[in-house]
Design a protein around this ligand. Sequence first.
Ligand code: APR
Length: 229
Amino acid sequence: MAFTGAGISVESGIPPFRGEGGLWQKYDPESLDIHFFLRNPEASWRVIREIFYEAFDKAQPNAAHVALAELESRGVLKALITQNIDNLHQRAGSRVVVEFHGSARTLRCVDCAESCEASQTDLSKLPPTCRLCGAILKPDFVFFGEPISHHAYARAFLEAERADVMLVIGTTGEVMPAGLVPRIAKSKGATLIEINPAESNYTREITDIFIEAKAAEALPRLLEALPAS
Ligand code: APR
């Protein structure tokens, strides 16, 4: 299986959260705290629109996303757990994708739970409001201080327990509980192959094979190295 983080989307033009050029150097993560959002929806939405919706519109899947979709279609990759909310894995053709932190694709009303596509919603006036009841719409991704969906949690941990090899791509392993996924796989005997241009919290602790490279360079070469199925 594969476990991906923001680093796999860097070559699609979406900055990571941490490290050089990281979003948390420019924006205060507080804007994505659920309590801040509910008290200051307009201020929070201004950051959300700039970080996620303006950047995502321009982003295209890169060679790393495409290589993972190809590994799935060859039957090699059984599941992909991502921390990303940018929908690039699905746009590259991956079908079995568990979005541990939800997705920016849809918005949901904080009162009546009516949901709508972000791409069909006018974000020129903030905060966007529910067409049914007029309450505030919230993106369907997990804010700081919010729980992970039970389905995502259970499915991610189940796949980690079953993995014989896990590709760990583009993640610092900083954020919990997502960061536990590779540790669970390792504890159940999986071989961990990490792809990252820099060391992460996993590299010296649980990584078996460290490919010090950008994902869009390493993954196509990994694909070439596989016997043609
Ligand atoms: N290819 C592969 N990895 C890369 C690349 C690249 N081209 N460029 C950067 N990286 C690596 C960095 O070295 C770093 O280890 O991607 C990682 C990015 O780390 P983070 O920004 O912390 O991303 P991530 O680990 O996914 O963050 C987890 O934190 O803010 C929350 O919810 C947010 O899902 C996110 C979570």
